[in-house]
Design a protein around this ligand. Structure first.
Ligand code: 13P
Length: 279
């Protein structure tokens, strides 16, 4: 069933687990998320990144996802991931997305506050949740997100408190050393900074760059306020690798290949969903 992201995240935050937000690019990806969520009986977030919308319109995504969620009995939110254009955020809200991420992290602090506040006012007037970002998440290998070569700028805990108070966002994406894409070397994930942010902010926090993040850091981040974890790169890279292997020995009909790929995506999603449940 289609659900409000805030309801899902508040429950996760209070009960110390995280909800996986899986980037989707097609019907097959969204279906893969819903099937695993139902299998594990856990809430989830179907996230469409503003960067991956060349082949679909917001209203088409909403129609497809809301119809498919009628067939799955777990709460799942439909989220717009990383959108830096306020007009596109409004288009997603109009189309029926249940939450949006306005990403003004590249802007000066005051501009990020002003834009985020505007988005929150509009979104909340129609019951849509808002995620925003403070700090800057580096770009690792194989990522299609963020700026190429972007470096980590850790979130300042005092600024985070001010940002949340002034904007009224529902959840905040923080930069603590995870990267979008695969890590180039040993990740330097600062749970100490996260702990301080969580103490000052008191709302569900969001970890971007889930792919390849060590399990102990995932668990440590959930213990310190992370209630939503985004996963993208690994869904794509694993599925492509497995597709290559499969096509070496097979010459399938396209419909068969799509089903296969859904199974590959489900393997990745299931692994992360189990980890995020924090049982
Ligand atoms: P990864 O590609 O590293 O999994 O990050 C996903 C993400 O943060 C989407 O916003």
């Amino acid at each position: 069933m289609i659900a409000r992201m805030q309801d899902i995240l508040n429950h996760a935050y209070e009960n110390r687990y995280a909800v996986g937000a899986f980037n989707c690019y097609s019907y097959e990806t969204a279906k893969a998320v819903a099937r695993v969520a139902e299998k594990l009986n856990t809430p989830a977030i179907i996230a469409f990144g503003a960067k991956y919308l060349d082949n679909m319109e917001f209203n088409e995504i909403h129609a497809v996802v809301s119809a498919l969620l009628e067939n799955h009995d777990v709460p799942i939110a439909l989220h717009l991931d990383h959108c830096s254009k306020v007009e596109d955020v409004y288009r997603a809200i109009n189309a029926g997305f249940t939450s949006v991420m306005y990403d003004g992290s590249h802007l000066p602090f005051e501009e990020n506050v002003a834009n985020t506040k505007r988005v929150v006012e509009v979104a909340h007037s129609v019951g849509v949740s808002v995620e925003a970002e403070l700090g800057s998440i580096a770009t690792g290998l194989d990522s299609h997100e963020g700026e190429v070569g972007a470096l980590t700028k850790y979130t300042d805990p005092d600024k985070a408190r001010e940002f949340v108070e002034r904007t009224g966002v529902d959840c905040l994406a923080v930069s603590i050393g995870t990267v979008h894409g695969h890590y180039k070397g040993e990740p330097n994930i600062r749970l100490d900074i996260l702990k301080e942010i969580n103490e000052k902010v008191g709302i569900p926090l969001v970890l971007h760059g889930g792919s390849g993040t060590p399990e102990d850091k995932i668990r440590g981040s959930i213990d310190n306020g992370i209630a939503k974890i985004n996963v993208n790169t690994e869904i794509s890279s694993y599925t492509i690798e497995k597709t290559r292997e499969f096509l070496k020995d097979n010459n399938p009909h396209l419909s068969v290949l799509y089903l296969r790929q859904q199974e590959y995506m489900m393997e990745v999603i299931e692994r992360y969903m189990k980890l995020f449940k924090n049982d």
